[in-house]
Design a protein around this ligand. Sequence first.
Ligand code: SF4
Length: 692
Amino acid sequence: MTTTHCPYCALQCAMHVDPTPDGRWAVRPAEFPTNKGGLCRKGWTAGELLTSQERLTAPLVRPRRGAPLEPTDWDTALETVGTRLADLQAQYGPNAVAVFGGGGLTNEKCYLLGKFARLALGTSRIDYNGRFCMSSAAAAGLRAFGLDRGLPFPVTDLAGAQTVLLAGANPAETMPPLMQHLNRSRLIVVDPRRTPTAERAVASGGLHLAPRPGTDTALALGLLHAAHAQRLVDRTYIAARTTGFEQAWSHAAEWWPEQVEHVTGVPADLVREAAQALGSAAAEGGAYVLTGRGTEQHASGTDTATAWINLALALGLPGREGRGYGCLTGQGNGQGGREHGQKADQLPGYRRIDDPESRRIVSEVWGTDPDALPPAGDSAYELLASLGEADGPRALLLFGSNPAVSAPHASHVRERLSATELLVVADCVLSETAGMADVVFPVAQWAEETGTMTNLEGRVLLRNQVAPPPDGVRTDLHVLAGLAHHLGQPTERFPTDADEVLAELRAVTAGAPADYSGVTRERLEAGASLHWPAPAEGTSHPRLFVEEFAHPDGRARFVPVAHHPPSETPDAQFPLVLTTGRAMGHYQSGAQTRRIEELSRAEPDAYVEVHPDTAATYGLLQDDWARLVSRRGAMLARVRTRTAIRRDTVFVPFHFGGAQTANDLTNPALDPTSRMPEFKTAAVRLGPASPP
Ligand code: SF4
């Protein structure tokens, strides 16, 4: 039996993995603070992927575009890619090559990927799929608190709260074991759909506020207005621990509950009731405001997350015992993934790439000159959309991501992927993106290697190896080391051993905002609870901001924000609002979970959730096939009629490929600060279709 952590979401539930007599792997839940002995369906079935017939076990090379991929050996594959990269960079310069990472990669891989891009390739073009996940909350947290850590407190703190407001988060479906921590709290759920989390709230005496998609900022401003009117704002906390309240309040002052109802569709009385419930709990038994992707995945996502933070600050929640604001991270290493250098604008340790001192420290560890480090590059969508353009990247190396399905305006992204001169993918299965590649490296998956992950509470944990990878499979670290060798890098700069990489990561992050210098394998194996910053002298910080916030004056900042309508609103041609999200049985682009029999049987196809009245308007019944069309593309989905969704809104999960790719419809309008695309609202039309 080996104890490790789940391959999927940021709760990082602990699990025991045992071999079975027939050569498979069985998963059982293990005790851990985040999951308290629970697992969701995805966790229970995670062992199946280890012995999947769809595992890649040899590198694949496409002899020419249009020809099928063919198996080859590792030396040939690495040399082919290394030579092509060197040729392209010799011809077009360092930025001819781009790198794209993922929020599911271990900290060691994220770190080495950033180092590979900036040192071995010298390219500024690196970003990752976490840009599509929680970059808006990260940007909002940085400007409000001076530091971004998803939950600045352990999830176990939630258990004592009188009231918890969940905005755009559906943990009952996406990370069910988390709900154990919310059992005793009154829930206020903000979501355009009556999700399982919203059902739970209503069934247990809580509230469900269902705003029109894209109007959350107005709702948050209205709740602040209503709390202020009911004298629930915490003047003592505001004076002692924050700056800028009056400017932020000036934007909320106009949001009378009746005005909020007009814009969001949430009844004014419900706005007042929610403000009263949250505000009185803040003063009495404790309250939390938690946000998720529904808040963030908008072209104004940073401001929307900021509006929720302003509400939390006005009620005196952040940095106080039994109270707080936090963002529920999505991907398994969504937190660590944005801390160690695969993000376009950051160096390891959550250091800014434009900060001269950070560049000096990192370049010293890397044995190079600070001026040799490239500047910040383009964000994820901009990078993907420029592939193959005259001044864009000619080659893309992709690790731990499947943008052919998961990127916004995915049909356009697939066009750009096809326009590269060299597309290289490292994956354990032939994902939709890997299927388009010129070279595919078969890499180890979660339980076949050891590495560290950082969960939604900033807790660094050890994901233990359960079994060695199959013959023919190597780790992502081996791929990076092999390519670096072909690019002329000394071997010692790119270790293949995760412990060696962790040692370097510890050194380079010493003194950084996300300080991992005290994170050792020994301490993790001994069961230490290491929430960063975890400096070498042995301290850990499960709760941040208790004494002061991370801005130089120690205070949190209210940032004034205004409501902006979505980039695209319904009209006669596209009369409905599409919002996308997740379903219980699948994870991200579904590249892993669609290959697990039980999960695939439970959710085999994309579906469109639609109100029965709306379905009838367009001639559709339950289980019919429907065609959704936006200004960018079309998709097919089965109809699921539900009265628990607004009549003006349809919902589609984004886990499916082929003709059922929801992101063919989504809008790549970008947030000006976080560069987050507008996944959560797009104008669409709906009509009957033949089965695919
Ligand atoms: Fe836990 Fe998330 Fe894995 Fe489910 S997917 S078992 S909630 S870590």
